[in-house]
Design a binder for this molecule. Structure first.
Ligand code: AKG
Ligand code: FE2
Length: 348
């Protein structure tokens, strides 16, 4: 019994659906034009690499480290950190157990609810909502609410690594959020403490199998994250890319032991556009599989997101609850296959 999801079959039937033709499948399948500018990639995007150990040094060092974080969030929307408090041993251990989890037979993963008592829709692959080849995703994932992690008890001893990663990521999210809020002049960060309890956050374990025949297919289609911020641990295989203001795609070089942090839509709205939620995607590799784990720092669904600059600047976005935001995304995905995101909430 194989462990691989039938990605090629799903892609072929999507192709048939959108083109009305039978794919030969050494045939090249193209995404739509603006998403297929792979030539535009500048290898090695020089994202800021920030040493968080500096937050424990002199006041001057602390201040300059905080400034780097805020600058990175306002320019790239992405940065990498070392000395972040999650030991490399934990990241490696989690990766190993993640690999074991993905090695379970496909039918078992796909019907995880009955076999493993996981919540429905925990296991995802391909993209059933895709309406074009550019929306197909050559990947599989376990997407879990942190509150549900205890249900992953058939995790073959990995529980402690998941717990250690999640608690490290929770502390790190809190620390980064405080720095970013204070940089905007908001010293009372109780909003985040009250609304973003660990149980409102999500963990997503991604696996991108090698993709031999169709290099144009994404591992993960271009998207922004719908949270306040994301903490990502990636293995050593390159694949993550982000788009810069010049419209070019840059690839993010994995650094062993480092974590990648990116700003999500909610922080962009809350900061009235100061911090940038940047579109990113994952491209596939013909040779290697790739693994990553993302921790999404989220509030409860009732939390109202409103700019912290309310008295100071014209507001870019209307206020909305996180639940409203998620519902709009679901609707847009259903009808267009893509997320429209923050532009749905422009204050015009
Ligand atoms: O796998 C990666 O590097 C990125 C994952 C990602 O963007 C996501 O899960 O939202
Ligand atoms: Fe993402």
């Amino acid at each position: 019994m194989g462990s691989e999801p039938p990605l090629l079959d799903a892609l072929k039937s999507l192709y048939q659906q959108v083109s009305g033709e039978n794919p030969g499948f050494s045939t090249s399948i193209s995404r739509n034009k603006d998403e297929s500018n792979l030539d535009n990639i500048v290898e090695d995007c020089r994202l800021p690499l920030i040493d968080l150990h500096r937050l424990t040094l002199s006041a001057v060092e602390q201040e300059s480290c905080k400034q780097e974080i805020a600058n990175a969030a306002a320019t790239h929307g992405f940065f990498q950190v070392i000395n972040h408090g999650i030991p490399t041993k934990v990241l490696k251990g989690l990766q190993y157990h993640q690999m074991k989890l993905f090695e379970l037979p496909f039918c078992m993963k796909a019907s995880g609810v009955s076999f493993l008592n996981w919540p429905a829709n925990t296991y995802r692959w391909g993209n059933p909502a895709a309406k074009s080849i550019g929306q197909f995703m050559w990947s599989e994932a376990f997407h879990l609410g942190v509150a549900d992690i205890s249900k992953v008890d058939a995790f073959m001893g990995s529980r402690s690594y998941v717990d250690m990663f999640v608690s490290g990521a929770a502390s790190l999210s809190k620390a980064i959020t405080e720095i970013l809020a204070q940089n905007l002049g908001v010293n009372d960060t109780s909003f985040f403490e009250e609304n973003c309890s660990p149980d409102n956050c999500y963990l997503r374990m991604n696996r991108y199998p090698p993709c031999h025949s169709i290099p144009e297919v994404f591992g993960l289609m271009p998207h922004t994250d719908s949270d306040f911020l994301t903490i990502l641990s990636q293995d050593e295989v390159e694949g993550l890319q982000l788009v810069a203001e010049d419209g070019r795609w840059y690839s993010v070089r994995p650094i062993p032991g480092a974590l990648t942090i990116n700003i999500g839509d909610l922080f962009e709205a809350w900061s009235n556009g100061v911090y940038k939620s940047v579109r990113h995607r994952v491209v596939t590799s013909a040779e290697s599989e790739r693994l990553s784990v993302a921790y999404f720092y989220c509030p409860s669904y009732e939390t109202v997101i409103e700019s912290c600059m309310i008295e100071r600047q014209p507001l870019i976005y209307k206020k909305f609850s996180f639940g409203e935001y998620k519902r709009q995304i679901q609707l847009d995905l259903q009808f267009t296959g893509d997320k429209i995101g923050l532009s749905r909430f422009y204050n015009i």
